[in-house]
Design a protein around this ligand. Structure first.
Ligand code: THU
Length: 126
């Protein structure tokens, strides 16, 4: 198992999900091979909750990383990134492999482009 997948799976243990009980872990791999993890962090005011993928990406950005070559996400049942996360992944990573995992292993592989067809992005703002 790659370190990217392993980290995403392990990050589920860090999740704060008292409302949904749906723990999500994620990890991104930087262009120079560093792995940065994240988890979902829920709030009693539900919309203020943060998804695992966004936690991982924002943590990586805050640590000074800006180019990414892969992302893995782990849930109990192999769930795919939500729509908001697809937009954030596209914005910050462009087209990269996205590895979908359950609580034990990789279950499918896709790309950020396949997850977000016809994206809205900076190219529309010029
Ligand atoms: N969640 C994520 O962390 N990532 C996704 O892509 C889908 C949903 C979280 C948000 C919330 O804490 C829980 O899963 C249930 O929706």
């Amino acid at each position: 198992m790659t370190k990217l997948i392993q980290t995403a799976i392990q990050m589920r243990d860090m999740a704060r999900a008292p409302y949904s009980n749906y723990k999500v872990g994620a990890a991104v791999e930087t262009i120079d091979g560093k792995i940065v993890g994240g988890c979902n962090v829920e709030n009693a005011s539900y919309p203020l909750s943060n998804c695992a993928e966004q936690t991982a990406l924002f943590t990586a950005i805050a640590a000074g990383h800006s180019k990414f070559k892969g992302l893995a996400v782990s849930t109990e049942n192999g769930g795919s990134p939500c729509g908001a996360c697809r937009q954030v992944i596209w914005e910050l990573c462009g087209n990269i492999p996205v590895l979908i995992c359950d609580e034990n292993e990789l279950v499918s592989e896709t790309t950020s482009a396949a997850l977000l067809p016809k994206p809205f992005d900076e190219s529309k703002l010029k």
